[in-house]
Design a protein around this ligand. Sequence first.
Ligand code: AHR
Length: 497
Amino acid sequence: MNNTARVAIDVERVIGDISPLLFGGFAEHMGRCIYGGIYEPGSPLADEHGFRRDVMAALHELNFTTIRYPGGNFVSGYHWLDGVGPKEQRPRLREMAWQSIETNQFGTDEFMQFCQALGTEPMLGMNFGTRGVEDACNLFEYCNAPLGTRWADLRAANGHPEPYNVKYWCLGNEMDGPWQIGHMDAIDYAKKAREAAKLLKWNDPQVQLVACGSSNPQLATYPEWDRTVLETTWEYVDYISMHYYAGNHADDLGSFLATTAVFENYVDTMAGLLRFVKGKLRSSHDVYLSWDEWNVFYHDQTLRGGWAEAPRLVEDVYNLADALVVATWLNTFVRRCDVLKIACVAQIVNVIAPILTSSDGMVKQSIFYPFQLFRRYAAGKSLDLAVTSPTYTAKTHGETPLLDAAASYDAASGQQALFLVNRSATDALPVELAWRGSAPQRITAVYQLGGADPKTANTFAQPDAITPQQLPGMAINDGQAGLQLPPLSFTVVLTGG
Ligand code: AHR
């Protein structure tokens, strides 16, 4: 069998525009994400606002286009009013979702300041567990209304006269999950979401609303939950959420690297539902997908905080294999950008995150780098590549291509970017690149992440074990170029000229 993969590239074969919001993050009041991660007043590493300077610098490098906040499961028991106003008057509370102590020292205003410092678009979650429509409208008024009414005036009294103009809002979190505070069945949730959405759109027709889809495609209620929610809320919402966490629980590398099939199937089903509901309702409105929780999550299963403040919860230490799965996930976002418009990696610091902190430093985990490379280079249009690849048999997903590929083309800069993962644990993969129509003249830069051992991870002792290397460019002759992708590697190829 031919062991060479082939990729044909044609800038006129376009899948769609790559939404910058696909490169978002998620910050929850959970474990050490906020306290001890983003926010640590009193630390010698903190700035005048209490934000960790080292963490902010790393977050700047990731350059998230949006950050979803404050949860997650946390939001379903959260009273936003507890988190605003003078800090010494904010209550210490028993937080039920993670069984931790919540000090409320960081709240909506601190989050807005954090987003402003990062230049990122806030995406706020609303409590649909213990609260509902009225509370959602009050929070909206606090954030977005001009002065002259109760909650807007409270914002001003708290030092923020200008409205924040938050555009993206999540109507609850994972309400289909029995683990959720205030879990509901589909129709009860859908009606509540529709009524809240109706009032929010009356407040501001430009606001963008995300309804809760299924928490994962393994739940028995999937995809019926999604159908019910879409049929009930369609005209009032703009996105439906998807959540998924991948893991290598069976320590089976081949199957883990093939999880891309799950990502693709999940998007396929949701895209089918969007078409079905739009057709059934004879609607001219469109709803898109917001994959607002996604990541590898299996190394650390500590989910209960023992009623401690900022306990260590799910602080997964990521290895090379995890970074490769993240790269194929981001490839999926680029390939399915026709329907996927928002995505938020869960989470951004300490809790299943690309950044791990200690009291005196931080580490960039392996998964930091694929995210950073995609954020930098996946811009403009997504290209419909023609890919042929040798395959292997994965225990859980059957025949799987060794090569996973996606590409973008930014007409403004003329730059093309190819994103290539070699799933082989043993062999380098020769790849022939062939341009159809007009071809660039050069490969201007190549960035490559790899290593011999899929379990190598960055740690405080060895922070740079997994980092991308820059390789020299090369000429493209007669629209053709050849590459050797090392085993277990992720490569970004940039072109120009
Ligand atoms: O990101 C961790 C948790 O996973 C979130 O709070 C929840 O929405 C999901 O189940």
